[in-house]
Design a protein around this ligand. Structure first.
Ligand SMILES: Nc1nc2c(c(=O)[nH]1)N[C@H]1C(S)=C(S)[C@@H](COP(=O)(O)O)O[C@H]1N2
Ligand SMILES: [Mo]
Length: 316
């Protein structure tokens, strides 16, 4: 497999945030959400500023996609299948108050209010490439914290092998979940995604609560969504209400809908075509020419070792 060592990152090492963020940077990330005495934990509306220090070592050197494109060209099938449906309809989603249940094979199951979840760990900005299985891509400055930070708190038991992440099920907020919704309906609700535990604990795997210096817009998966940059975009479940540690590989949304087209792993792989199109190239939104798709979306140096010995043509 081609492993490119191009200058994609502003630095090329994956280290613990504490090792490369200066104390001042860590404080800045934490301070943005620190409440003053007497201040109430008022729900920050979508679009409210959200500050976090950029983690340069895990950020692409490339310029981000236009905010306008990242918030109007979306896949969020709970609102419909057209790219502009989420931006048009996502005002019906109410991202506060919001609870996230973390349970399953853990010693300390807990249901978190999203406001508390955001304060568990210093927020970081990370500029990641997002590669959709459909053959387009974007560069997005996410704000969030590693999923690993949350998982460590709930203490997975020795039997936990996978992490299942579930999107909200509420037809009042998501029109496409209503019975008789006119349109594509082959996805089962709620949308469920999953990772192997080591993938979930990888330092690149992020829970995002903001982007572009703002609270996460509804259409991008408010109030909290997964971001796994080396996998096709559909692994990055939006508007998460439950994170469950399990022993068996979860049945995930697109694998259930079309197992011959989408596997559980869904690592970006230019060498494995989708049955209906090649994955060798992609269109960066905002660019004219297609560009080559990189193995693991360019994150091979950091993640390829997770799959040592696996046949990635079979386990796609
Ligand atoms: N719940 C849910 N999560 C989802 C989807 C969806 O339809 N429902 N679409 C996925 C797909 S296919 C992609 S490419 C990304 C898009 O994220 P963005 O709109 O923030 O760019 O979200 C993913 N997460
Ligand atoms: Mo996607």
């Amino acid at each position: 497999m081609l492993i490119r060592r191009a200058e994609r990152f502003t630095a090329n090492d994956v280290t613990d945030p504490a090792l490369y963020l200066t104390r001042r940077e860590l404080m800045a990330g934490a301070a943005a959400l620190t409440l003053l005495p007497g201040e109430s934990a008022a729900a920050p509306p979508a679009g409210a500023p959200l500050k976090a220090a950029r983690t340069a070592a895990l950020s692409l050197a490339e310029a981000p996609t236009k905010f306008e494109s990242a918030t109007t060209y979306n896949n969020f099938y709970e609102f419909g299948v057209n790219k502009d449906d989420p931006a048009r309809l996502a005002h019906t989603l109410k991202p506060r108050p919001w609870a996230v249940q973390v349970d399953g094979l853990v010693h300390k199951p807990k249901t978190y209010d999203v406001e508390d979840l955001i304060r568990l760990h210093p927020l970081e900005e990370r500029v990641y490439a997002l590669r959709c299985v459909e053959g387009w891509s974007m560069v997005i400055p996410w704000i969030g914290f590693p999923l690993a930070a949350l998982l460590k708190r709930v203490e997975p038991t020795g039997r936990a092998k996978f992490v299942e992440l579930t999107t909200l099920l509420d037809p009042a907020q998501f029109p496409a979940q209503r019975p008789g919704f006119f349109g594509f309906s082959s996805l089962e609700w709620p949308y469920v995604e999953g990772l192997r535990l080591d993938e979930a604990l990888h330092p690149l795997t992020l829970l995002a609560v903001g982007m572009y210096g703002q609270v996460l817009p509804n259409q991008n998966g408010a109030p909290i969504r997964l971001v796994v940059p080396w996998k096709y975009g559909f692994k990055s479940a939006k508007s998460i209400v439950r994170i469950r540690l399990v022993a068996e590989q979860p049945k995930v949304a697109w694998e259930k809908a079309a197992p011959q087209e989408y596997g559980f792993y869904s690592n970006v792989n230019p060498a494995v075509s989708h049955p209906r199109w090649s994955q060798a190239t992609e269109r960066r939104i905002g660019e004219f020419r297609r560009r080559a798709t990189l193995p693991f979306n360019g994150y091979a140096d950091q993640v390829a070792s997770l799959y040592a010995g696996m046949d990635l043509k079979k386990h796609y």
